[in-house]
Design a protein around this ligand. Structure first.
Ligand SMILES: C[S@@+](CC[C@H](N)C(=O)[O-])C[C@H]1O[C@@H](n2cnc3c(N)ncnc32)[C@H](O)[C@@H]1O
Length: 236
């Protein structure tokens, strides 16, 4: 049986240490695939390449838009607590090479703050999954949002159980700059717009309400069949 790029991405990423659910990976794949090439793709926080591979395979299935994978590769505070020193770049590089996407992945081994200083390209899709403290994720947003083109997509990981991304996402998604908000598991995304309409804002509010309900339900024990229905109802 011949596998398509998405199935290959799923098979490869299952074996890679990381923090991304399969449905979140599939979302990244689709977003990268849909990029038109009006800007590049940026990932903040790559770890060992799990999310990068979903992005890379998606991009290859689409217009082969380049992906800038930004990470100092020295881990976040939660990783540093567990290990005295962290260095993920060698494993990241090997995983990217094994996945045969090294031709479109451009690693930047720096913090997002340092990378933002010299990064001049327009961005069509940005996935933010770096340090999760509120001040840090807000800094990522403040530095990179201006580089995102109108109509571009911004996505944050860990917006359900991590206070930093959750709080920031709540604050910014109520602003006039976003429409077509959605979420897949802990990943929340939106399209950048110059000025959203009343209809956009109403829709955004409904999705945020759905997310509240989803968050409560995700803390409850629910049978698999109910969870499956819940995902269909809540994820957009
Ligand atoms: C949760 S992990 C990323 C997981 C990855 N997206 C995946 O799918 O497995 C967070 C990563 O953010 C990186 N990081 C921490 N602070 C950062 C910063 N200021 N800028 C960019 N990356 C940062 C860490 O080195 C770590 O690899």
């Amino acid at each position: 049986m011949v596998m398509n790029e998405k199935e290959i991405a799923e098979r490869i990423t299952k074996k890679i240490d990381g923090f991304l659910a399969i449905d979140e990976g599939k979302f990244l794949f689709e977003c990268a695939k849909n990029c038109k090439g009006k800007g590049v793709i940026v990932e903040i926080g790559s770890w060992k390449g799990k999310s990068t591979i979903w992005l890379g395979k998606g991009s290859k299935a689409g217009k082969k838009v380049k992906i800038y994978a930004i990470d100092p590769h020295t881990g976040s505070p939660e990783h540093k607590k567990k290990h005295s020193s962290v260095w993920t770049f060698d494993e990241f590089k090997q995983n990217i090479k094994n996945a045969k996407i090294d031709d479109i992945i451009l690693p930047i081994v720096k913090t997002s703050e340092a990378a933002a200083k010299t990064f001049k390209k327009p961005v069509e899709f940005i996935f933010i999954d770096g340090a999760h403290e509120y001040e840090m994720v807000k800094l990522d947003y403040d530095l990179w949002f201006p580089k995102l083109i109108d109509g571009g997509i911004i996505a944050f990981h860990d917006t359900v159980h991590w206070k930093g991304p959750k709080k920031l996402m709540r604050e910014i998604m109520s602003s006039r700059y976003f429409k077509n908000i959605g979420f897949v598991h802990s990943l929340c995304y939106a399209e950048k717009t110059k000025q959203n309409s009343l209809k956009d804002r109403l829709r955004n509010k409904i999705i945020l309400l759905k997310k509240d309900i989803y968050e409560v339900c995700s803390n409850l024990y629910l049978p698999g069949s109910i969870r499956k229905i819940g995902k269909k109802v809540f994820w957009k």
